[in-house]
Design a binder for this molecule. Structure first.
Ligand code: SAH
Ligand code: SF4
Length: 337
């Protein structure tokens, strides 16, 4: 049995065609599932009994269990329990432009970035498509307001769960499902280069963010072990290809780690690295965690770094902070608990 929340409309169309049924039933079912938010196939009134009977033999309605909610100003963190007992977190943030949710894509993460709390637990498994969809659907229901933006920046490396993340994006973007515009969806990757090439061809309107965090391989090798597999040059080449195909601006995320990657020299090196690219840098004040020794850069150093990039004509922003009081900020989400 498959979760009804795990299937894209296209795949559900194929299911109906293979069952000698009408292709348009997929859209009908999606309207019931995502618009009317039914909990059982019995609630469907405009589809014949045989089709419903078959659907029930193949698909099921499942839900995540909300174990805990923590609230702070403009932010809510949800701890979910999955059907096998594993736990994940999602965070919803209230902005002036709408409401965004940060979803998890895996239980744990294998990339082993030295500064990240999410990665302290090795990957247990990938999340299934429905487990990602349900984070959005159930939070939306719980807050009783429409979520307008999705960032795939919770626990896990989305491109290490590529196929499921792609199906999730498809359902998120589908006007008959979560109906979130592609430009309101952002995927963040630590730099799995082959997948950046694939992604450019597949989802050209979805925002891509690259967790760069260092201006050279020497520093990046020390904090992100994935850099020993795909180094900075390979990432920059993939990003150039992505921009050429999609004509979209790429975000480079850069965590400010005190005395690690935050010097003036680093800022200049970063500017040289990305000069001329259709990209911008998002400087992230590091969220310190109890278990990891890295420190956040001083506010004055973050400003200096910002000014140097600006002077070099690099587009740069400093990320607004959310939820550090409830450990809901980027890099503070955990699969344990
Ligand atoms: N695995 C993906 C997406 C999840 S991490 C990735 O690495 O891009 C989301 C973002 O949070 C990444 O940019 C990550 O580097 C950053 N991050 C991790 N730990 C952090 C911390 N303690 N403080 C601030 N940002 C952190
Ligand atoms: Fe994984 Fe991203 Fe954390 Fe690195 S920063 S360990 S890739 S979740």
């Amino acid at each position: 049995m498959k979760s009804i929340y795990s299937i894209t409309r296209k795949k559900l169309e194929d299911y109906f065609i293979n069952n000698n049924d009408k292709k348009f039933r997929a859209t009908q079912i999606f309207e019931w599932v995502y618009r009317k938010e039914i909990n059982s196939f019995d609630e469907i009134t405009n589809v014949n009994k045989d089709s419903i009977k078959k659907l029930k033999e193949n698909f099921t309605f499942n839900f995540l269990k909300i174990l805990r909610k923590q609230e702070d100003k403009d932010v809510k963190k949800y701890l979910f329990e999955l059907s096998d007992g594993n736990k994940i977190e999602s965070v919803v943030m209230y902005h002036d432009y709408g409401i965004s949710i940060c979803v998890s894509s895996q239980i744990g993460c294998n990339m082993g970035c030295a500064f990240c709390e999410s990665g302290r637990l090795k990957k247990v498994r990938n999340l299934t498509v429905d487990e990602i969809v349900l984070q959005v659907l159930q939070v939306q229901k719980d807050i009783n307001e429409r979520i307008s933006h999705i960032v795939i920046m919770g626990i896990g490396e989305p491109f290490d769960n590529y196929d499921n993340v792609i199906d999730f994006i498809n359902i998120a973007n589908d006007a008959y499902a979560l109906a979130i515009g592609a430009r309101h969806i952002t995927v963040s990757t630590s730099g799995l280069v082959p997948k950046i090439y694939e992604f450019a061809k597949e989802y050209s309107q979805v925002n891509l963010a690259i967790s760069l965090h260092a201006p050279n391989n020497e520093i990046r090798n020390k904090i992100m072990k994935i850099n020993k597999v795909y180094d900075i040059n390979q990432i920059i080449n993939a990003v150039k290809d992505y921009i050429a195909i999609t004509n979209r601006k790429v975000t480079f995320e850069y965590i400010m780690l005190k005395n690690v990657n935050d010097t003036d020299v680093c800022a200049k090196e970063l500017a040289n690295l990305i000069k001329g690219l259709n990209a911008y840098v998002n400087l992230i004040p590091y969220n310190e965690t109890n278990n990891i020794e890295f420190k956040r850069s001083n506010t004055s150093q973050i400003s200096r770094f910002y000014d140097i990039l600006k002077k070099e004509n690099i587009n740069v922003t400093i990320r607004r902070e959310f939820g550090s009081n409830v450990s809901a900020a980027c890099g503070q989400l955990r699969s344990e608990n």
